[in-house]
Write a protein that binds this ligand. Structure first.
Ligand SMILES: Cc1cc2nc3c(=O)[nH]c(=O)nc-3n(C[C@H](O)[C@H](O)[C@H](O)COP(=O)(O)OP(=O)(O)OC[C@H]3O[C@@H](n4cnc5c(N)ncnc54)[C@H](O)[C@@H]3O)c2cc1C
Length: 374
């Protein structure tokens, strides 16, 4: 049985583990964090991704855990409402659609639970990859070396696997000039299944209710023309960076910053895209953000990860020839990825939610999940 090492246990990694096992392959997952990671804003599952979730039998549970937003408003720095809609929300699209908006961590928990029995190694990371004609010998930071038939990087925007097999991140990343932070607080604003977007010059963000109004997830972003050099593991320094960049702003921002300092699930990253000419090199492939991060503003990063994991696993299951499978996966996914990456380049603070929804709907299904190769 083909043994596949997957690096990363978030949306792409857990979904790939599920679908590989369904195809009769043997996935093993290594995740750097000590457990499944918490944190982040709600993500959207729509179109082809929703059909993948349905095929995993997870649609009812995801719907149950979902956000159920009933509307959004946009405010300026004084808190003055500039617009409101009970039909559309910028991140969720049409509110009466079948799309599911769900916390990333809740979605990952659901998919992970469906991979019961798969070997997960938490708290470790790939240190080196040695490709040979008939396999890959993998060195780990902690575990002893081990041999696999294939390795797939599902380790996100700053993919370790990509760095080891394809070269430095700088060759593939394009920054969109925005940094974002996401963290939780209690629903001290008393919002009711609501999203409020705010824009105060170069700084913007969203606050939305999650978990049936019990919590707020606050998104604070700021612009920077140049990439910022920061320590990816120093959370206090990242919080300081956010606090400094939003200092002096109006509306609820001071209250948000106060809560950010206490938040235990703080997430910080650059808004950026990954563009590569190839998503495989020999026996090593990439899936999800590692291959083609679309950036949170696309609203489609999670969808691309779910669909990519499905397509890659099915192609690997169809043939024993990994090079052919990687090529078919890429051929099928690339147009879908490019159409969805383009969504992030729309300035959603300035675009009408109805128009933004129409653009998302035009591409959310732009892939044939059941295509059979000639
Ligand atoms: C904590 C967190 C919060 C997020 N918040 C948001 C958000 O608010 N809005 C949004 O649009 N997107 C967010 N994202 C990104 C979003 O999950 C992805 O864009 C999308 O779902 C595709 O997922 P992915 O599995 O490809 O990558 P990711 O979800 O980024 O997952 C990558 C996984 O790889 C793991 N990893 C990283 N390095 C290594 C390594 N060396 N070895 C092993 N494992 C490694 C990470 O810990 C993580 O579990 C967040 C991601 C994370 C991890």
């Amino acid at each position: 049985m083909t043994a596949v090492l997957i690096s990363g246990a978030s949306v792409a990694g857990t979904a790939l583990a599920y679908w590989l096992r369904e195809q009769g392959l043997t996935p093993v997952v290594v995740e750097r964090a000590p457990a499944l990671r918490r944190g982040g804003q709600a993500v959207d599952v729509r179109g082809a991704a929703l059909r993948v979730l349905r095929r995993m039998g997870l649609e009812p549970a995801a719907r149950e855990l979902g956000n159920h937003s009933v509307g959004m408003s946009m405010v300026d720095g004084e808190g003055k409402e500039l617009m409101r809609s009970e039909e559309f929300a910028l991140s969720s699209g049409a509110l009466d659609s079948e799309d599911i908006e769900i916390l990333r961590e809740d979605l990952v928990d659901l998919v992970h639970a469906r991979t019961h029995g798969v070997e997960y190694r938490f708290g470790d990371s790939i240190a080196a990859l040695h490709q040979e004609a008939d396999g890959v010998t993998v060195e780990f930071e902690h575990a002893p070396p081990r041999r696999f038939d294939l390795v797939v990087g599902a380790d996100g925007l700053h993919s370790n696997t990509r760095g080891l097999a394809f070269g430095p991140e700088a060759d593939y990343i394009s920054h969109l000039g925005v940094y974002l932070s996401v963290f939780s607080s209690d629903n001290y604003l008393g919002l009711d299944r609501w999203q409020t977007w705010f824009n105060d010059g170069a700084v913007g963000g969203t606050v939305m209710t999650v978990r049936r109004n019990a919590e707020l997830r606050i998104f604070l972003g700021f612009g920077s023309e140049r990439p910022i050099d920061y320590d990816h593991r120093d959370v206090e320094a990242q919080k300081r960076l956010v606090a400094d960049n939003v200092a002096g702003l109006g509306w609820e921002v001071p209250g948000f910053v106060e809560r950010m300092w206490k938040a235990e699930d703080f997430y910080f990253d650059a808004m950026a895209q990954i563009k590569m000419d190839a998503w495989s090199a020999g026996r090593v492939g990439l899936v999800g953000d590692a291959a083609h991060c679309a950036a949170p503003l696309s609203g489609q990063g999670t969808g691309l990860a779910l669909v990519g994991a499905y397509v890659l696993a099915l192609e690997l299951g169809r043939t024993g020839d990994h090079a052919l499978a990687f090529a078919r996966y890429e051929e099928r996914m690339r147009p879908f990825v490019e159409a969805n990456q383009a969504l992030a380049l729309i300035d959603r603070q300035k675009v009408d939610p109805e128009e933004s929804t129409a653009r998302m709907n035009a591409v959310k299904d732009a892939i044939d999940l059941d295509a059979v190769p000639d």
